[in-house]
Structure formats: structure tokens, C-alpha cells
Design a protein around this ligand. Sequence first.
Ligand SMILES: Cc1ncc(COP(=O)(O)O)c(C=O)c1O
Length: 397
Amino acid sequence: MPQPAARMELVRPSAIRELLALAADPGIISFGGGYPDPALFPTADLGEAFRRAIEEQGASALQYAPSEGIDRLRDQVAGLMRADGVACGAENILMVQGAQQAIDLVGKMWLEPGDVVLTETPSFLGGIVGLNPYEPVYRSVRTDEHGIDPAHLEVVLRENPRAKLLYTVPDFHNPTGYTLSLERRARVVELAREHDIVILEDTPYRELFFTAQKLPTLKSFDTDGRVYHVGSFSKTLAPGLRTGWMVADPDTVERLALLKLATDTQNSTLNMSAISLYLEHADYGAHLERNREHYRAKRDHTAAALAAELPEEVGYSVPAGGLFLWLTFPEHVNTDRLLREHLIPRAGVAFVPGSSFYSENPEFNRGRLGFPTLPSDRISEGIHRIARGYADARHLL
Ligand SMILES: Cc1ncc(COP(=O)(O)O)c(C=O)c1O
């Protein structure tokens, strides 16, 4: 047998899979998941949209379609982006199979082995996994509750002449829940221009905001087409639709569409047609508002339980949107061990150990708490178990 390509060295299952498999036992309350709550899937409206797509559009909804996506949906998505402050038209939109595919396509378009990718600290694991096959070197940029730190970004850019791409999740980050502040947004795009790198702006949680308004996208500060904005219907409609989009200049959309043609030809015509009909006939705005209320209530419940139960030495972020809270234990605590030896087997509770989310230099005292699918009584009981389990294990750590 010949050897598989060297890039396969970087394609490995993550350690958290194995740990979270331990938490699959129904007796364990798991905050490990990041799936949206299926109770929110708009099944009746989507059912109607799929029925119409097949019965009323028939052949066209079942036929091959352009790699960029069907025109009507590209136009509707461009409308959503304009309402979000991004000047664009249908020609700027590439439909993709979820944000995950956008990560792959951008990596394929831009990265030579050894190019430097800058990430937040910590970063979305799927982003790292998605870019790994292109064999980049990662440099993580200091990040706090206001997002990536531009002063440190500047230092890292100076130190790394091969820096080519910044991968960032500016809204309600996975795993931290942090949001990049307004001033930093402008500065990050300015630095990208000064140091001639491109930005991959990944925003699957953007519509799940709990405050009065969202901050402008990085794309809205882009003057020369270096920001690739990525949106997704996974967390707002349903991830099984595998439908997201990229916003880029028309030339780039065409080039990315050629890569997409080579990869998977196109998104499902039927799914795109049904989503287009859904956007036309259902009330997407009201649906988004229901999602926000639902997750806001869960966030509030989780934060209140943490405030009541956790000792002061354990910190946590209260996100302004999205699905995750970020726990910070005292420096000496290793959450991989805490979970494996104490919380999962003894206390019957799990979350994701933070160390899995770093592109370099992992921190071991952090953890991601996902609240989207748990009912409030399980959230209360789960936080109680974390607090009790940690108290029992503290002298052993
Ligand atoms: C930050 C981030 N990017 C991308 C994705 C993948 O989303 P999609 O289902 O749109 O591919 C996720 C999913 O959890 C995510 O958290």
C-alpha cells in the first residue's frame, strides 16, 4: 500500500469525542453539546416549503443548479445581508453547505503549506479542523471578553510575515461566548489591510443576540474585498439543511464556485428551493425573535444557577448571544482530568474541556458550557452537580 498524503497526519479524531462519548449515558447531564434546540425547528413552515418546492416547482427544484446556488435564494440572502448593513447583491453570494464548507473553500483558495493562520485564543475547533488539511501554521492572538486584541494582533502580524488569513468568530464566539467590540472591529480590518491578509468572518450565531442590537459585521468595514463573511441557517433554521453562504466580491465568488463545483457540484437544489420558499412565505423575523427569547431565557437560567452555586474562584462569561458560556477554573485545575476522573463518573455531569479549542498553547483550566438543548430543571441540577463535584474533587486536584 502506498502512504496516504502527508496532510492526513493532521486529520485525526479529536480527543473530546472520546470524552463526550462517556457522557452519552442518559444519567449524565451533558452541557457538552452545541446543537441548536430541535424544539425550535420550524417544522410546519419548512414542511409547507418542501411541499411547495416539489409540487409547485417540480422539475426545477429537483434538477441540477449552478454551483453558486439558485438565483432567487442568493437574491434573498443578499437582501438579508443588506438589512444587516453589508452593501451587496446576489452576485456577491455563494451558497455553501454550511459555514463549515466555507472554511474549507477559503483554506483551499488561500493556503499553501506553512502559511500562517491567525486565530482567536481559544478558537472554534471546527475552524482548525477545517483548515488543517491545507497544512497551515497557527498563531493564536490574545483574546479577552471584548474579542481579539488588536494590539497583540499587530505584534503577531509583524512577527509572522507569512501570515495570510485571520479566522475569527466575532459574534458570540464558540467556545467563549465573547463578542468583538465595535472599536476593535474597525481596527482589526484596518490591520488586515495594512498587513495584507484576508479575514474569514464566521458568524453562525450572529442572529441569536440577546441585546437590543448587533454590532456591524467586519465585512461592513471592508473596503477592498479582503473580508469573507460567512453566514449559516444551521443555528436559526436547522443544521440538517446544510445551508450557509459566503459574501465576497463577484470575481472571488466565481473562483470559489469553481472550487465548489470540483468538491460537491452544488448545494441541494431542493433544500435551497425550500429555504427560498420559506423566506418568501413564512415569518423568518418572528422565528428569529422566538429563538432569541428561548436562548436568552436559558442563558439567564444558566447564569443565575452559576452565580448561586459556584465558588468565587470559578469565573464564567455571560454571553450577549449565542449558545455557550466559558468557565475559568483556578490555574492549577486541569478540566480534562476534573471531567474524566470526577465530574463524569462521580457527579454525573459533563461539559467540554477547554484545552480542545486551542490552535496552539492550550489552557487546561477552562471549559465550554453549552445550554441550548437542556430544559431549565436539568440546567439547575447540572450546575448543582458541577459545583458539588468540584467541591468534592478540589483537594485532589
Ligand atoms: C463557529 C462555528 N462555525 C461554523 C460552524 C459550522 O456550522 P454549519 O452547520 O453552518 O456548517 C459551527 C457549528 O457549530 C460553529 O460553531
